[in-house]
Design a protein around this ligand. Structure first.
Ligand code: MLT
Length: 269
């Protein structure tokens, strides 16, 4: 599927995948700083933003295949860096599980490697049915209080409002399909030791959706992974604290691209 996307900058490719039920617009604070040094591509995952909506189920694997199709279509044949936040991280993990040879580095932001519990999966399926019948408002209302650390509501009300508006505009079929896809995503924890590329795990200290403990476990299980915990940030750390997150992303990207060009195959950065 041809995804809608935006790009900025030139140089080595960095692809950033948004969370649920958001769009590429959540990377507004990253495009400028990262685009000054890299070719940054931010797609809308299927069923989100301006990308096509496919009713049914959007598995993390299908979304990962869409990303590879986009990279192919862009004509990029070199290995690239893939980053994803929350659901975008689930997609990045699905990509890494099946297509690691395409990646130079991995950035797992405010996400988790484990699958849903049976109860959580059942709730998602019920939510998907309700969204199709009643619209996305219930998902927006349930998620908004959990996405941001309290400070963001005071410091960046405009960004908080922008995220709410993105969620409200997401198509109910897209929301339902992603919920069903996330409900059946596999447990990626057994695969983490096989991620032999440089990896950054980053999480907001006050993330209540994918808490720091999940990130610590991921970082411990991925050989050589870096862990960054962002003080005062919640689940939307890159949007809440770009002044802290962007230097960490750039430092990682600079190390990955330097390492990859001088010493291919190493996971140490
Ligand atoms: C997200 O932010 O992408 C979602 O909260 C992920 C999830 O529902 O597990």
């Amino acid at each position: 599927m041809r995804l809608s996307y935006e790009e900025t900058g030139a140089g080595e490719l960095v692809v950033l995948l948004h969370g649920f039920p958001l769009s590429r617009r959540m990377w507004s604070e990253q495009l400028g700083p990262l685009g000054a040094r890299y070719r940054v591509v931010v797609p809308d995952l299927r069923g989100h933003g301006e990308s096509p909506v496919v009713p049914g189920m959007a598995t993390m694997e299908a979304m990962a295949d869409d990303v590879l199709e986009l990279v192919d279509w862009l004509g990029v044949t070199d290995r690239f860096v893939l980053g994803g936040l929350s659901m975008g991280g689930y997609v990045a993990l699905a990509f890494a599980r099946r297509r690691l040879e395409h990646l130079k580095g991995l950035m797992l932001l405010d996400t988790r490697a484990g699958a849903d519990t049976p109860e959580a999966a059942m709730t998602r399926v019920k939510t998907a049915q309700a969204v199709l019948a009643l619209g996305v408002t219930m998902v927006v209302d349930a998620m908004m209080p959990r996405l941001f650390a309290p400070a963001a509501l005071v410091d960046h009300p405009d960004r908080v409002q922008a995220i709410k508006s993105i969620m409200e505009q997401t198509h109910p079929e897209g929301v339902a399909a992603a919920q069903k896809g996330m409900a059946c995503r596999p447990d990626s924890r057994p695969d983490l030791a096989r991620i032999t590329i440089p990896t950054l795990v980053l999480v907001g200290e006050q993330d209540v959706i994918t808490p720091p403990a999940e990130s610590e476990l991921m970082a411990q299980s991925i050989p050589g992974a870096r862990l960054a915990v962002i003080p005062g940030a919640g689940h939307m750390a890159p949007l809440e604290k770009p002044e802290l997150v962007n230097p960490i992303l750039l430092d990682f990207l600079d190390a990955v691209t330097r390492t990859a060009s001088s010493k291919s195959g190493s996971s140490e950065v």
